[in-house]
Design a binder for this molecule. Structure first.
Ligand SMILES: Nc1nc2c(c(=O)[nH]1)N[C@H]1C(S)=C(S)[C@@H](COP(=O)(O)OP(=O)(O)OC[C@H]3O[C@@H](n4cnc5c(=O)[nH]c(N)nc54)[C@H](O)[C@@H]3O)O[C@H]1N2
Ligand SMILES: Nc1nc2c(c(=O)[nH]1)N[C@H]1C(S)=C(S)[C@@H](COP(=O)(O)OP(=O)(O)OC[C@H]3O[C@@H](n4cnc5c(=O)[nH]c(N)nc54)[C@H](O)[C@@H]3O)O[C@H]1N2
Ligand SMILES: [Mo]
Length: 617
């Protein structure tokens, strides 16, 4: 099929499906800014069903926990003022292995400046190796630790009374609710020493307000994660660090207008399919973005209405979503699966139509104008031509849009025309942006002490220590500890994270990065390795609680990990034989993630709820 035939076929099929089931029958899955114009075409066509795994599978629980507390989420990259902090607490955030480049540089600044670092992780991470205190917590028990820290800080009066008095709401109810969460109680849950919990609580408070408890990013751990996000938010609130140097800075943003004459999207009367109303309320009342697994369920059940076509752009749903079997079941029920990718990804192997996209060095994308310390406009622009028939996302979006009859949403000649017009109309210089790649706005105050305004977007306009919103919907208004489900006998909990040289599954085929790290390893405590009669370096398979068996990966027996869990880097074990590099290298954590607990507040799908036994390969 030629590219034109593929686009004609796709648009023809989408129109036929929309005629039968309504435009909402099309679901769009994406990850990242490159997917902007395909999303634009499909929203113009009339579907509200757009979801990214970076919400319910990644940052969602934390965002919701912070939103419920401060009325805003910490963003990505987070508005954390790491370089200036005197005390940095990392709860699972494995900076340095998780390569958020700017944050890793700030982390290095903080270390150079002599900041105290406290790392809570069942694994001795790279960040833990830089820390004054490493708390090797029992996996899944973090909320107990966070509540015990707040308990010490409240009981000993170490919190910022002025901040809490001026901006807080429901502090007394909060203090009463956590009164029983003593260090002795938390020690039993977390396996940590009660004295260490007390010492670290005092250490965190000693530096306030220049004390920062990092909100984390991927917070989909155990299924009750939004409440852990709230516990993290509340601990920060006690430090009075919102809008303070070395805490959370207050970001700025340059909003610029759309291309002139852009129509607005049609509004669907049927609403989104991912989070329908059940018994008079949204299934997950506090979602702030769509839930990918909700769209998958709608595809399988046909409820609340049939979803018959998926367009998947820059996300490998087979690795990114939990429960591969369920994803394949949904794909089986589709009338059309279109995949837009830069390589023959696993999901592309299941597609009816593949539209190859040019890589980021070969294309314009829409402007990046995120919120950061300085407001900015950043441009991605082509530096080389695509080698073959690949096209930029904006081109694919517009060509699809034309064929879907929504050309009015693409009034510009090409992306350069679109961007130049928007930039020029906003009073900026296009040639300067092209030459520099980024334009910044004037410096504005980012700290309260320099005159930045402190405002909270919660219903009360206050920092909600007690959440009436949660109470109204039948949830705990103050976070409460729920222990993780115990591992089945003879099994260990599977936990996962990142390695600096790889990005999920997307870099597995890159020969240079593959050369740096050709496989993941299975980290296990030596005492547990001995129980499974395995030795360091041996190739092993993992068998999960549902009988799913992984490809082999080498064992790494190390005291750097808590005896109750095994650890593996995510993204390995790809199954598309088209891949010359990376095909069936290492074990796939996604394949072993068959059991999820769903966060009742926001539909987050937990990852660390799976357990494994090990056997020699
Ligand atoms: N088991 C398990 N699952 C997880 C996670 C985990 O740790 N464990 N992590 C979760 C998290 S935090 C996240 S954010 C998600 C990430 O989920 P995804 O972003 O879906 O991750 P990848 O598996 O890397 O898939 C990305 C796909 O995009 C393609 N791609 C890369 N660049 C481009 C481009 O410019 N254009 C187009 N069109 N395609 C491109 C790649 O080739 C690849 O096929 O996964 C989540 N899922
Ligand atoms: N190199 C690289 N960097 C990346 C990415 C990438 O693919 N590659 N992806 C980016 C994305 S989208 C995301 S979301 C982030 C994810 O990065 P983060 O948000 O930092 O990490 P997580 O994956 O949530 O957490 C992994 C860490 O949590 C620890 N952990 C596991 N279980 C528990 C527990 O019960 N309690 C505690 N306290 N710790 C636990 C693990 O041992 C590991 O050190 O990384 C980003 N940075
Ligand atoms: Mo993520």
């Amino acid at each position: 099929m030629s590219r034109e035939e593929a686009l004609d076929f796709t648009a023809g099929k989408l129109k036929a499906l929309a005629a039968q089931h309504g435009p909402e029958t099309v679901a769009f899955f994406k990850h990242g800014i490159g997917a902007y114009y395909v999303e634009h075409a499909l929203k113009a066509f009339g579907t509200p069903n757009v979801a990214a795994p970076s919400f319910a599978r990644c940052r969602g629980p934390r965002d919701v926990g912070f939103n419920l507390t401060f009325g805003t989420d910490p963003g990505s990259p987070e508005t954390t003022d790491i370089s200036h902090t005197r005390c940095l607490v990392l709860v699972g955030s494995h900076l340095g292995e998780n390569m958020h480049n700017s944050q890793v540089q700030e982390f290095a600044d903080a270390l150079r400046n002599g900041a105290t670092v406290i790392v809570v992780d069942p694994r001795f991470s790279t960040a833990a190796s830089k820390a004054k205190y490493w708390l090797p917590i029992r996996p899944g028990t973090d909320t107990a630790l966070l509540l015990a820290w707040t308990n010490v800080i409240v009981r000993e009066g170490l919190y910022d009374r002025e901040f809490v008095g001026t901006y807080g709401l429901g502090f007394d109810q909060f203090a009463a609710a956590i009164a029983g969460n003593t260090p002795q109680w938390a020690a039993e849950q977390t396996g940590l020493d009660a004295a260490l919990i007390e010492t670290t609580a005092r250490e965190i408070a000693r530096h306030r307000p220049v004390s920062l408890i990092h909100p984390g990013l991927r917070s989909t751990w155990y299924g009750n994660d939004a409440q852990r996000g709230r516990a993290l938010a509340l601990l920060n609130a006690l430090m009075g660090n919102w809008g303070r140097q070395g805490g959370f800075y207050l970001p700025h943003y340059i909003g610029i207008d759309e291309y002139p004459g852009m129509p607005s999207y049609p509004k669907s009367a049927r609403g989104k399919a991912d989070n329908p109303v059940v018994d008079g309320r949204k299934r997950w009342p506090f979602v702030s973005q769509a839930v990918t697994t909700g769209l998958r369920e709608a595809t399988i059940t046909g409820e609340p209405y049939p979803v018959k076509a998926w367009v998947v752009d820059a996300t490998n749903l087979l690795q990114a979503m939990p429960g591969r079997a369920r994803t394949l079941e949904a794909i089986d029920r589709l009338d059309l699966l279109v995949v837009i990718d830069t390589v023959p990804s696993e999901i592309a192997g299941y597609a009816d139509v593949v539209l190859p996209e040019a890589v980021y060095l070969e294309r314009f994308d829409t402007l990046n104008d995120d919120c950061l310390r300085l407001s900015f406009l950043a441009l991605r622009q082509p530096v080389v031509e695509p080698p073959h028939e690949q096209k930029a996302g904006w081109w694919i979006g517009r060509e699809l849009g034309k064929r879907l009859g929504v050309e009015a949403f693409f009034p510009w000649k090409d992306m350069e025309d679109c961007l130049r017009t928007r930039i020029t109309n906003a009073g900026f210089n296009w040639d300067e942006l092209r030459a520099k790649g980024i334009l910044t706005g004037p410096p504005q105050p980012i700290y309260v002490d320099d005159g930045a305004a402190l405002e909270f977007g919660t219903p009360s306009g206050k920092v909600e220590f007690y959440s009436a919103q949660l109470a109204d919907k039948g949830f705990d208004p103050v976070p409460r500890y729920e222990p993780p489900d115990p591992a089945p006998a003879g099994m260990l909990r599977l936990i996962t994270g990142r390695a600096p040289m790889h990005t999920f599954s997307r870099t597995q085929g890159n020969a240079y990065l593959h050369g740096l790290m050709p496989t993941n390893e299975v980290w296990i405590h030596p005492a547990q390795a001995a129980k499974f009669k395995l030795r360091d370096g041996q190739r092993v398979r993992l068998r999960n609680q549902d009988g799913v068996v992984s490809d082999p990966a080498p064992l790494r027996a190390t005291e750097r990990i808590h005896p109750e869990c095994v650890y593996m880097v995510h993204g390995f074990g790809l199954t598309n034989p088209e891949w010359k590099t990376g095909y069936r290298h290492g074990a796939s954590t996604a394949q072993l993630t068959t059991r999820v607990k769903i966060d009742p507040l926001m539909g987050g799908t937990s990852i660390h709820t799976n357990c494994v036994a090990l056997e020699a390969a």
